[in-house]
Write a protein that binds this ligand. Structure first.
Ligand SMILES: Nc1ncnc2c1ncn2[C@@H]1O[C@H](COP(=O)(O)OP(=O)(O)O)[C@@H](O)[C@H]1O
Ligand SMILES: [Mg+2]
Length: 346
């Protein structure tokens, strides 16, 4: 079976994708699957890569062993077209988009693959797009009554004094300010006063026209991995202790934040988190996988934060590690995800 692993992309999380993809390509069950590597440059050019895996991680794959490629859009042809000296075709059974953030996790590639009739790993177009957008996610969580931070949101053109006053009155300081569609904490800041809020919003608006403002929740950051289609299962719960003031980009990828798997929390609280994770997974229409993140306060209150439909996926990342302790090895997890992709009707 030919599995196309797609990595890179025009997203602020390009580099994170390279690390996750390297790990997946190395660990995928080679007896079952033949990997076709597809790299997307930061400019958005697609190449079939056939060079050494070790050149992916540091983004040195571009410029050698590369052939320009694109999927045949004829529904159900499931062919990858390679533009070498002559046009060649390779059949693809399933795509594993290992792309985080914009153009990867937001429904765009999912919509495109649906149009082509090619099965792919992870959430479909609508659930990806909704989960990527923090305003829509918050609306959905409110809709089913899942507890979360108080929030407001606005478009750049509506960000005026009246909106700022309303937001401060509703949320109080500190306020978390985030682009509605980003990821890896890019453009996220914690504002402590009105001036800080305006600066934070202006930064967030450079990433997205729409920005979300949230009451700051003081608590442990806990994460639960969910796997499956119609009958999803929840993993144990893990926790993250950020080394910075919050879990920003640097604490995620540069400095060592502490990850605890499983989290040292009460079993009953853990069960409540698992139930909430599945409830969110279902209401958002997820399939395949998603990592659901929460805050756990000192009083054991659970606040939903966000869901990540293509969570970090290196062999030491939270998502695979949470299933690892439940007895599903990294390589088996990849197999299961491909099986869920093939089982879903597209
Ligand atoms: N409402 C909030 N209260 C407290 N901390 C928050 C809140 N929102 C975000 N944070 C902090 O900012 C980090 C990034 O925000 P998050 O919503 O998870 O965005 P991203 O999609 O970029 O991961 C979180 O991991 C957490 O440390
Ligand atoms: Mg997050």
């Amino acid at each position: 079976m030919n599995i196309a692993v797609v990595f890179g992309g025009k997203s602020s999380e390009h580099d994170v994708s390279l690390v996750s993809a390297t790990s997946i390509i190395k660990n995928i069950n080679k007896e079952k699957f033949n990997v076709i590597m597809i790299g997307i440059t930061k400019q958005g050019e697609w190449f079939r890569y056939s060079g050494d895996i070790k050149d992916i991680q540091n983004d040195k794959w571009i410029g050698h062993d590369c052939e320009k490629c694109q999927f045949d859009m004829t529904y159900g042809s499931k062919d990858l077209l390679l533009f070498g000296e002559e046009i060649k075709r390779i059949h693809v059974d399933c795509v594993f988009p290992v792309l985080h953030g914009k153009n990867g996790e937001d429904g765009t590639i999912q919509g495109f693959l649906t149009l082509c009739g090619i099965p792919f790993v992870g959430c479909d177009m609508l659930s990806s797009a909704m989960s990527m957008d923090k305003q829509i996610t918050n609306v959905m969580a409110d809709y089913v009554g899942i507890k979360q931070a108080k929030w407001t949101s606005c478009l750049d053109i509506d960000f005026d004094d009246e909106f700022i006053d309303m937001t401060i009155a509703k949320l109080g300081f500190p306020i978390f300010v985030k682009p509605a569609n980003a990821g890896s904490s890019v453009g996220v800041s914690k504002a402590k006063n009105r001036e800080g809020l305006i600066n934070a919003a202006n930064l967030a608006f450079t990433h997205d026209r729409k920005v979300v403002f949230e009451e700051a929740i003081v608590g442990l950051e806990v994460e639960c991995a969910v796997l499956g289609n119609e009958a999803p299962i929840a993993s144990r719960v893990g926790s993250v202790i950020a080394c910075g003031e919050f879990y920003d980009y640097d604490s995620k990828y540069i400095n060592e934040s502490k990850i605890e798997i499983p989290a040292n929390i009460d079993k009953k609280v853990e069960a409540r988190i698992q139930i909430a994770a599945i409830e969110i997974y279902k209401i958002m229409g997820c399939s395949g996988l998603s990592r659901i993140d929460f805050f756990l306060t000192e009083k054991n209150e659970i606040y939903f934060n966000e869901l990540n439909t293509i969570p970090g996926f290196t062999s030491i990342s939270m998502y695979p590690s949470l299933f690892g302790i439940s007895g599903i090895s990294y390589s088996d997890l990849i197999t299961k995800l491909i099986e869920f992709a093939l089982a879903r009707r597209i």
